[in-house]
Design a protein. Sequence first.
Length: 346
Amino acid sequence: MCLPGDVAGSGSLGWVEVVRLLTRSLAAVAVTAGALGLASAAYQTWGSTRDRRRYPPPGRMIDVGGRRIHLWIEGAGDPAVVVVPALGESCLDFAALLPALAAETRTVVFDRAGLGWSDPVRKPMAQLDAADDLRTALHQAGVEPPYVLVGHSMGGYVLRLFAAAYPGEVAGLVFVDSSHPEQHRIPGYHWKTVRYAAARRARWFGVRRLLVDLGLPSPRSSAVPAEYAAAWTALRLGDRQRRTSWWELALRAQIAAAVGERTGPLGSTPVTVLTCSKNDPYATTRKERALLRQHLQSWYPLQADLAALSTDSKHVVARRAGHYIHHHEPELVVEAILDMVRRVRP
């Protein structure tokens, strides 16, 4: 008769031996995972530092009080167009539109703190300070108001904060599928935020960077001009931009609430709202199209709310563009911005 923990025949293990073996195996896995994690983090830090030397900023680094903000400035003329990209995006996301806009008037693309070439953020909710950083940087760079402000997605929050704090410096606003402070009305919004934030936090960017350095295909946007593709990839993989993107994503509900508290109607300030289409080219399967239709049932009323902020507004729905309208229909975005410039130009 064999008792638990005894050897039950040749080559068999008792429960005690099995538990010990499992414990040692789990410990080995944990040690290996920890070592790989540390190696990934070390390679990520080294790679980020290397890439900041390898890819200099295309614009100017402006001191805003002991910190530097990057402004990419092209063209000449008034009023100046000032573009604020989306969550986790750098100025390179609008690089393809810059020549057409700069041919008409001075155009500035803004890297808010922690994104692109700007210095790191000082606190998790730093996006709420972006409007002040932007104004200081514009004044320091000699870009005079009033401005035509353009904001994509969460960049639209910066526009509203700027217009609330400095209404006399705003000539007009163009919202490109902009975020809305009441996005919690979208079904499953909070759950999606938590899920996306957790998934992004779990990625080992050092491993992804190593694979890119070894020659594997790198993540890139086809909308970014080829001459900036390598810099775009380096920024996306950089620890500074990754950290800022994660905070903006994880705290977007709190950021939205704060924007709602600090902002209000825009009076007669000219506004153009560009909204994505139900014919999103990225929605290719039946399930994706069904989810898109469900999303737009909440999204379209929020976009109409943005247009209703002003008594002088236009609301344009793209024909075939997803959330990144400036990627799918860049000519529509360029025309909307230049139309605003002509509307407000003396």
